[in-house]
Design a protein around this ligand. Structure first.
Ligand SMILES: *Cc1c(COP(=O)(O)O)cnc(C)c1O
Length: 367
């Protein structure tokens, strides 16, 4: 039987040929394909303004810089995410203030207001695994306290909240197109934003701080970074965006089948929600009860030719964040998820038979 990885991108032949055309065209860096990709994303997100980036991490960092967040500022963010989320807050010199997540693995909005201080400048929520946060409540809290919102929507391209796409509304919304995500540009990301007045500064932050006047004279007024996407990557993205809705539909069907075929009652299946983009399928397994370590579980699944990921350990227990004073028992939900989570195979090219194979293997390994 073939090895079943936990994720795998689907790139069609037309996209591969399209990439070859770009490579032959003589124009490889930011150009017509980036413009076309950005306008496609904008259309997908209901006409919002969108800029592409070389990564979501870059887009998040630039979003913080756009808001002038730095030394002495605090940003509220969940204790359960990929480490890119709090890292960028540290990179601009601000302090990540962690808040625990609830059973959805998204920020527990009941706890957010208690974490707000006079130094809080923004909330950086994550739509975990592609399940939207309660954006109505989130934005209501942000508005009441005068905070910016920078949504880490790395898992959430195609996710909907109340029938509206994530990134089609709200403040600053960052997407990732890493190959593990729901669509890819190999490496890449995008930032959707609301205020047209912020467009020019975003351009400068994305590309060396450079602006040009009508005469073509160049000026530099801030030390911008270098986050512009290549046309080669954008051409991959154009092919992916056409398929995104069908990819996500397939993900939903496969997850429905996981729910139908799951055999081990002691596990906690992920929260289901309307508009979920199912970036990953990550049940919680109480390894203590089964007398098996997670490492051993992963090894035994691997022996059965099934890949298993871990997304993610609780953030506040990494050395960097312990250095800010965080400790065990600060965020019990994030810590339990961090201990018990496993990411099982889910990608559009899978078949329902693969889901059955995974469910059988999990039951065998845990028996
Ligand atoms: C993947 C990911 C990122 C970073 O995305 P890149 O495009 O790889 O920079 C940020 N946040 C979360 C939650 C992610 O899963």
């Amino acid at each position: 039987m073939d090895y079943l990885p936990f994720t795998r991108p689907s790139i069609d032949e037309e996209t591969i040929l399209g990439v070859a055309d770009v490579l032959r065209s003589g124009w490889l860096a930011t150009g017509p394909n980036v413009a076309k990709f950005e306008s496609g994303l904008s259309e997908y997100l209901g006409g919002r303004q969108v800029k592409s980036f070389t990564s979501a991490t870059g887009a998040l960092e630039v979003a913080l810089q756009l808001c002038d967040i730095g030394e002495g500022d605090e940003v509220i963010t969940p204790a359960m995410s990929f480490t890119a989320t709090p890292n960028v807050i540290m990179r601009v010199g601000a302090k990540p203030v962690f808040v625990d997540v609830d059973f959805t693995r998204n920020l527990d909005l009941d706890l957010v207001e208690d974490a707000i201080t006079k130094n809080t400048r923004a909330i950086m929520p994550v739509h975990f695994a592609g399940l939207a946060c309660d954006c109505d409540r989130l934005y209501e809290i942000a508005k009441r306290h005068g905070l910016r919102v920078i949504e880490d929507a790395a898992h959430a391209i195609g996710t909907e909240f109340n029938g509206k796409k994530i990134g089609s509304f709200g403040d600053l919304v960052s997407f990732s197109f890493h190959p593990n995500k729901n669509m890819t540009t190999i490496e890449g990301g995008a930032l959707s934003f609301a205020d047209p007045a912020e467009s020019a500064k975003l351009d400068r932050l994305r590309f060396h701080g450079i602006s040009k006047d009508a005469e073509g004279n160049m000026d530099v007024d801030l030390p911008g970074g270098k986050y512009n996407l290549s046309d080669v990557a954008a051409r991959v993205g154009i092919g992916q965006l056409e398929k995104l809705d069908s990819f996500n539909e397939k993900r939903r069907k496969l997850v429905d089948h996981y729910f139908e075929c799951w055999k081990v009652d002691e596990c906690e299946l992920p929260a289901w929600g309307e508009g979920h983009a199912w970036h990953m399928f990550a049940p919680l397994i109480p390894f203590d009860k089964f007398g098996i370590s997670r490492g051993e579980f992963v090894r035994k699944m691997h022996e059965k030719k099934i890949g298993v990921g871990i997304h993610y350990p609780a953030l506040h227990l990494f050395s960097l964040y312990r250095g800010l004073g965080y400790r065990e028992e600060n965020f019990p939900n994030a810590e339990r998820i961090g201990r018990e989570t496993v990411t099982l195979p889910l990608f559009p090219m899978m078949e329902t038979g693969d889901v059955e194979r995974v469910c059988d293997a999990v039951a065998e390994v845990l028996s």
